[in-house]
Design a protein around this ligand. Structure first.
Ligand code: HEM
Length: 449
């Protein structure tokens, strides 16, 4: 009797859940159709599709695209969102409708970790963003300025090669993540802050570790899809202490930047007193020398900190991770490695280091690097974009203020394509998708909106 009651209860519960799911699916489908929104998974009241995102949201979003088509609509709490991994739709969003989608959402991470969205990467489209971007393009990332650091880059490359050779000759294992991470960090910090954190002229292991640690925490927090951004009540609840963590990192990062700016100011004053010339200027020196807004003599410290922080976050992990993947792929595919080595032997020869001026002649190597960008994008999503006004894509209605997740994880046309083995396909694909690489990968000049 008890068993029969239990089984009936179980059957009833299963039936009820099926009815609710069916109802939600129909409701969701009909609302998608009546509103003209792109198709998407059924959603729950209040939370929408939030509970359908797990630890690896890029995989969940990619599976939605597989199921519902190249452009998927989601309701995340009270935010409209779309996601795509289709090159044509990405082109429509980033290129054809750039004027609609060039803004950024104001997330809590951006507010806490990018000086109230006062930087370039996370700032909404507007006069502030335009000014900060102009400063980057006209004063920091110019060809002349970047060339002025080529000596540092070549020193770092030599240091890397010597380090790896020394370890290999001593029969010690080489942790590629470690050496490539230090290489990338040093290149960036020498250009930005005039400091080498790892190696002979390092500013001490403790400061280096602290710097590495906060950079990783910052990067991680900026990438999290934080529920408080979608459900305001969650903000007050915050069971995982995410916002508390953001505030802690914000404070540590700010202390770090204040110290750097102070050191640079003192060094400048010292040079002025001794009537020494400016000599090699790093990015902080350049920013300290620029006039501020509305006739102010200097830029505000907050603006300088926001820009420096952007560059650190944008440049260190992206380059290190890409280098690591490139090495992993060529190690996995020895015949490709052999071709890279043959090209190096014929263009550079065995008696000297590779110079930056050799790079235009290393075509095969360039293809390997580009293919690595394609197979292993540095992050699973681009930085989220936001629509400034309502628009249509492929005939679907996209409301104003829709958050856009461009998923670089396994775009439809790339999946299951082992390009390292199928080189003909590789080169054809390269040519077809060349604009995607150019947009995403060719360094700071085109990572820009
Ligand atoms: C392997 C290296 C790199 C990769 C794969 C990469 C990739 C990207 C991507 C995907 C974006 C987002 C584009 C968007 O959402 O529209 C971006 C933005 C950005 N990147 Fe890079 N990047 C790299 C290196 C660098 C370096 C070395 C710098 C600076 C020194 C830099 C500075 C920036 C900045 C400032 C932004 C924000 C631009 C804006 O929102 O206007 N990146 N990058």
């Amino acid at each position: 009797m008890v068993l029969a009651t239990f089984i009936s209860a179980l059957l009833l519960a299963a039936l009820a859940s099926k009815i609710v799911r069916h109802w939600l699916m129909r409701k969701s489908l009909s609302s998608h159709m009546t509103n003209g929104l792109p198709p998407g998974p059924p959603r729950w009241p209040i939370v929408g599709n939030l509970l359908q995102l797990g630890q690896l949201p890029h995989r969940d979003l990619a599976s939605f695209c597989e199921k519902y088509g190249p452009l998927v609509y989601l309701k995340l709490g009270n935010i409209d969102a779309i996601t795509t991994n289709d090159p044509k739709i990405i082109h429509e969003i980033l290129v054809s409708q750039d004027d609609v989608f060039a803004s950024r959402p104001q997330t809590l991470a951006a507010v806490h970790l990018a000086y109230g969205c006062g930087d370039v990467a996370l700032a909404p489209l507007g006069p502030h963003w335009k000014r900060m971007r102009r400063i980057c393009m006209e004063h920091l990332l110019t060809t002349k300025r970047l060339e002025s650091f080529s000596k540092h880059r070549s020193e770092e490359a030599q240091h890397l090669v010597k380090d790896v050779l020394g370890r290999a000759q001593g029969g010690r294992p080489i942790n590629l993540r470690e050496v490539l991470g230090a290489f990338s960090m040093n290149n960036v910090t020498r250009m930005l802050l005039g400091k080498q954190y790892f190696g002979s002229k390092s500013s001490g292991p403790q400061e280096a570790m602290e710097f590495m640690h906060i950079t990783h925490e910052l990067f991680w927090l900026l990438g999290v899809i934080y529920l408080g951004d979608y459900l305001p009540m969650w903000r007050w609840f915050d069971p995982y202490g995410c916002e508390k963590k953001m505030r802690e990192v914000e404070k540590r990062v700010d202390d770090f930047h204040s110290k750097i700016i102070e050191e640079h100011r003192k060094a400048r004053e010292y040079k002025v007193r001794r009537e020494e010339s400016d000599g090699d200027m790093d990015f902080v020196d350049v920013l300290l020398s620029l006039p501020g807004e509305d006739g102010k003599e200097h830029m505000d410290d907050v603006e300088i900190k926001a820009l420096i922080q952007d560059m650190i976050a944008a440049a260190t992990d992206t380059s290190a991770v890409t280098n690591e993947w490139a090495m992993a792929e060529v190690i996995k595919h020895p015949h490709i490695l052999q071709k890279v080595q043959q090209e190096l032997d014929s263009v550079v020869g065995p008696n000297r280091m590779v110079l930056e001026s050799d790079l235009p002649h290393l075509n095969y190597l360039r293809c390997v690097v580009r293919e690595t960008f394609r197979m292993h994008p540095a992050g699973p999503f681009l930085i989220p974009h936001e629509s400034l006004r309502a628009t249509t894509i492929n005939g679907y209605h996209i409301p104003a203020k829709t958050r856009v997740f461009i998923n670089t994880h396994g775009p439809v046309s790339y999946t299951h394509l082992d390009v390292y083995k199928r080189q003909v396909q590789f080169l054809l694909d390269l040519l077809k998708n060349v604009w995607v690489f150019d947009y995403l990968c060719h360094g700071p000049f085109v990572c820009y909106r």
